[in-house]
Design a protein around this ligand. Structure first.
Ligand code: APR
Length: 381
């Protein structure tokens, strides 16, 4: 997969190169620099001595010695001084020059820490956006497997404005895997600090409208003051009613399909997932590479799907292509059906993807940041 976000220790990764957030002396330090030198052993420092330092925004390469990675790419990020001293451009250069060096060394996979986001004080949310956007621009032009390693996940922040009503949506839609319509609330209570905090501060836009229309969550209708037994009965009836409503909606949906509707096209049951995908790429007027890159799918995997008419994809792969093809919700359901899957309210990942699709936001990098924040598998994996 071209872009991953993972949490953990970069020194443990089996990749061609790991990037070190070093200082300009390249003679070691604390943070990730210290961890890399400890794991690589003393020969790394010996080689670094011969490099005679590195300027901010530039990058130099050494071997990885005792590390699982073959190379260490040492780069120097900017020290945060308030944002008015060219920090963003210097941070972009640090990522870009490291990626170019990885390319020069024929690396197929490279992992980055969040450069400058520790001792150098770059605000984490901004550092993340610079990292993601720079890696993304690079991957639009090049094939490489790039991993961003988040060491301290509790400090991981997604852009609040962009995802202002996401946590409310997840709370309402996600049934906790128990089928209990109040599961979303239970999930919120047990959420990681970032999510709980976000849930408190994010406005629940659209909640009432959707609840009132009966299309979505039922939690708003549950009489909280009723005795437990009555509540259970109420919830049971509400679930049944909701299922009936959904079925009716699906029928209306099917009745209203225009002959050349994408969804109707996708309902051609004799067609395999692979055929449907290739046809949809044509319908969208996309190039193959445009589609698999947008889907965050590895070129080799795409070739496999292309050449095997009966290829059985994972659900994440189907969803990744649904996002790349910008299918709406019912088209996505029809597309998933091709591979024997369905969107489920018992899956937090599905609810998150549903949120993005229903908001017409098909930005895979944003979706994957949110999936990571919620501890879900990323799309395209
Ligand atoms: N794996 C992955 N990430 C790590 C690890 C690790 N083992 N250890 C720390 N990190 C993370 C931090 O949580 C932070 O998000 O790396 C990011 C960068 O933090 P620093 O290592 O402090 O790097 P930076 O902010 O760029 O400061 C560079 O620190 O130790 C010195 O020599 C280094 O002077 C230089 C300065």
């Amino acid at each position: 997969m071209p872009f991953h976000i993972v949490s953990g220790d970069i020194t443990k990764l089996q990749v061609d190169a790991i990037v070190n957030a070093a200082n300009s002396s390249l003679l070691g330090g604390g943070g990730v620099d210290g961890a890399i030198h400890r794991a690589a052993g003393p020969r790394l420092l010996e080689e670094c001595r011969g490099l005679h330092g590195c300027r901010t925004g530039e990058a130099k390469v050494t071997l990885g010695y005792d590390l699982p990675a073959k190379y260490v790419i040492h780069t120097v990020g900017p020290v945060w001084q308030g944002g008015g001293h060219g920090e963003e451009e210097l941070l972009r250069s640090a990522y870009r020059n490291s990626l170019l060096l990885a390319l020069e060394k024929h690396c197929e996979s490279v992992a980055f820490p969040m450069i400058s986001a520790g001792v150098y004080g770059y605000p984490k949310e901004q550092a993340l956006q610079v990292a993601v956007s720079t890696i993304r621009a690079f991957l639009e032009e090049n094939d490489m497997d790039v991993t961003l390693v988040i060491f301290d996940k509790s400090s991981f922040r997604i852009d609040r404005e962009l995802f202002s009503d996401l946590s409310g949506f997840v709370d309402r839609m996600y049934d906790g895997g128990s089928g209990h319509p109040m599961g979303g609330a239970m999930y919120c209570a047990g959420a990681a600090p970032m999510q709980a905090e976000a849930a408190r501060s994010m406005p629940m836009q659209g909640t009432l409208e959707e609840a009132k229309s009966g299309r979505m969550g039922m939690a708003a209708d549950v009489p909280q003051e009723a005795p437990k037994k009555e509540r259970r009965g109420f919830l049971h009836r509400a679930k049944k009613e909701s299922a009936a409503r959904m079925a009716a909606e699906m029928e209306v949906c099917e009745d209203s399909i225009a002959p050349h509707d994408l969804e109707a096209e996708l309902r051609n049951l004799d067609e395999s997932f692979s055929r449907a995908l290739l046809r949809m790429i044509d319908v969208r007027g996309m190039k193959d590479s445009e589609c698999y890159k947008k889907a965050n799918i590895d070129r080799k995997l795409f070739s496999k799907i292309r050449s095997d008419v009966n290829y059985r994809p994972s659900k994440q792969t189907v969803l990744a292509f649904a996002v790349a093809l910008e299918l709406d919700l019912s088209e996505t359901q029809a597309f998933l059906q091709k591979a024997g899957f369905a969107l489920s309210r018992s899956s937090k990942a599905d609810v998150i993807v549903e949120y993005f699709i229903s908001h017409g936001n098909y930005d895979m990098y944003s979706i994957n940041q949110v999936l990571f924040a919620y501890d879900q598998n990323l799309l395209g994996a």
